[in-house]
Design a protein around this ligand. Structure first.
Ligand SMILES: Nc1ncnc2c1ncn2[C@@H]1O[C@H](COP(=O)(O)OP(=O)(O)OP(=O)(O)O)[C@@H](O)[C@H]1O
Ligand SMILES: [Mg+2]
Length: 399
């Protein structure tokens, strides 16, 4: 008998929805979940957000455990605070006691032991548990607005660093000094349970990152056709790529139908169409879906499922993300290499221009605007080449 293979390859499909505040993340996440459930997949949609937006979208009460709202469809509002208290509070209070004896100012100590973004981290741990449970075909996450989500997604790495610095050191010191310390200074020794909790957390967060950058997970950006919203979505795209989280598509929501109307309406339609053309240019190679502005709020599994069916018409929105990613950013010792799929192009065809924190790539009549992640905005382009249908741009720190 062979053991079943565990790991991201065999886990459920995971789709994260993110975007600027109020653009329709909860609506599209819920709609996609309703669509997935209607297609016969056992689906859970969960929110990392403290506001009860999923409950509002489905028009039902939703608890901290998966609540069934339709055939195959479950909704959960993660109680991150509760999880936090269960797993981190013990560690924090231990660290505080140590820092107190070491004479660290209590305010500074509090600052040192607090985990940035802890609530969101614990919501991701909930996602991990569901992914490993084997009980779901599809997990959909309604994330907090862009900034928080990026921070949270980058967190597993930051956490690794934090763990190594704080606890690696701590553990070595404790090992060496343990006999002396307990007798001489009354320094409280961490029980095995504290170390176990830390190590477990570290390992679990590693798995979360692996899962979210694995072959069955992707991020979908929601935006409305407005310049500022698009600018933020472009930044998210490059930042997510930098961290290795694949973006598989963009949903432009609240698009006005192009119909007869008064001047006010015609003005908005025209402005939106211009931004939508830029959306296509910014995310070429990805699916770009459009969702019309409905005359009323889509509430309930049926209305949400209908919205998604209309948005995704003619495509397969539940398929695994394609392995060829249009944009990849890999870090190097003193900068990064940005790789952009440009099938059929040669370097002679490509024109590169730097415009503040944007890189403008022009190939013939095709123009691509890439917002550079903040970590690269102080770097300069030192080399560019086209290799095998891929543009590679090297960034190095200014010396
Ligand atoms: N295409 C649409 N047509 C009509 N109403 C919409 C549409 N998309 C979203 N809405 C409504 O707009 C409001 C905001 O949408 P939603 O809650 O999905 O945004 P969000 O991005 O999740 O917001 P937040 O950042 O606050 O979490 C909701 O009342 C929702 O019903
Ligand atoms: Mg929301």
């Amino acid at each position: 008998m062979t053991e079943p293979v565990e790991g991201p390859l065999t886990g459920p499909r995971i789709i994260l929805f993110t975007g600027k505040g109020g653009v329709g993340k909860s609506t599209l996440a819920s709609g996609t979940a309703a669509y997935s459930a209607a297609a016969g997949r056992r689906t859970l949609v969960l929110s990392t957000d403290a506001a009860h937006s999923l409950a509002d979208a489905f028009g039902v009460e939703v608890g901290a455990e998966p609540t069934q709202v339709a055939d195959n469809l479950f909704v959960q509002q993660v109680d991150a605070q509760l999880r936090f208290e269960q797993s981190w509070a013990e560690v924090q209070s231990y660290l505080l006691s140590v820092l107190d004896i070491a004479g660290v100012d209590p305010v500074a100590a509090e600052e040192l032991t607090v985990l940035p973004g802890a609530e969101e981290i614990f919501a991701l741990l909930e996602l991990r548990e569901h992914a490993l449970s084997g009980g779901w075909d599809m997990l959909i996450v309604d994330c907090a607005p862009t900034a928080e989500t990026l921070r949270l997604l980058a967190m597993p790495e930051a956490m690794g660093w934090y763990m190594q610095r704080v606890f690696g050191l701590q553990r070595r010191v404790v090992k060496v000094l343990k006999p002396v310390l307990t007798r001489a200074s009354g320094m409280p020794m961490p029980g095995d349970s504290v170390f176990d909790a830390i190590e477990r957390l570290h390992a679990e967060l590693d798995q979360v990152r692996e899962m979210l950058s694995g072959p069955r997970a992707s991020v979908r950006l929601v935006l409305t056709p407005e310049r500022v919203v698009l600018a933020e979505a472009r930044r998210s795209f490059t930042t997510l790529s930098l961290f290795g989280y694949p973006v598989d598509g963009v949903v432009a929501n609240r698009v006005f139908p192009v119909e007869e109307g008064d001047d006010w309406r015609a003005g908005w339609v025209k402005a939106q169409q211009e931004v939508l053309a830029d959306v296509e240019a910014s995310f070429a190679g990805l699916s770009v879906w459009r969702s019309v502005y409905r005359p009323c709020e889509p509430v309930g599994a049926e209305a949400l499922g209908n919205l998604a069916a209309e948005v995704y018409a003619g495509t397969d929105p539940l398929a695994d993300p394609s392995v060829t990613r249009p944009l990849r950013v890999t870090r190097t010792r003193n900068g990064a290499v940005l790789r952009l799929a440009l099938p059929y192009a040669t370097l002679d065809d490509v024109d590169l221009a730097r415009n503040g924190d944007e890189l403008v790539v022009t190939v013939g009549s095709y123009r691509r605007l890439l917002a550079l992640p903040a970590s690269l905005s102080r770097h300069q382009v030192t080399a560019a080449r086209v290799d095998n249908g891929e543009l590679q741009v090297r960034f190095e720190e200014r010396t």
